[in-house]
Design a protein around this ligand. Sequence first.
Ligand code: SAH
Length: 229
Amino acid sequence: MSLNMSKERRMLVETLKIEGIIRSDLVEESFLSIPREYFVPEHLRVYAYSDTPLPIGYGQTISAPHMVAIMTEELRVKPGNIVLEIGTGSGYQAAILAHIVSKKSGGHVYTVERIPQLAKRAVINIANARPDLLDFITVVVGDGSKGIELFQPYDRIIVTAAAPQIPEPLIQQLKPGGIMVIPVGNKWEQILQVVIKNERGYISIKDSIACVFVPLIGQYGWRNEYDYT
Ligand code: SAH
């Protein structure tokens, strides 16, 4: 099916700009260039440009566009950055980041997903939406709460699932001068935290907004998806 929802996409971006959520040219350009309709299940495509999360199967969701915009702005991602994302889901956030990092050589997004079927679907979604970005995105199946040792250190780390606390390995794998955004809290509500590692390796943490994410399940996250213990 060929899709053209570019008018709806432009309208959503205008709204997010008026709301003060999209603030930078890089994030605006990236939102305009990634068709969200390719990242949602086919029967939900009419809602692709409603500013709401949508189910993507396996009890998981694609985040609302405003949340993707807030996190991308807080991350201050730059062309050429090496980025680690925990929680690939649909692959939409990874594509938004990849558009930005791909503008300068060396840029890459490593993204980890614990549910293999979602990881596979995410690659298909990216291939349908923006095949040119496949060169800049590596999807890995595994427990991202441990980070990915192999490709570290990262300029930026973005966690798109709710963590009970900031996983220590992620702090270790962040470059000096790097930034991480991560929702931290209980199973009902979290605060988006912005973690900054300065050039000397010192950590400072700033609270951004309240948010609600699906749980980060793993060694440094919640133990299971039922009682979040
Ligand atoms: N960023 C996604 C939305 C993520 S929803 C998007 O743009 O669509 C959160 C995802 O995190 C879910 O797919 C869930 O399966 C995954 N997840 C939860 N715990 C994880 C872990 N420890 N490692 C990797 N992925 C995890």
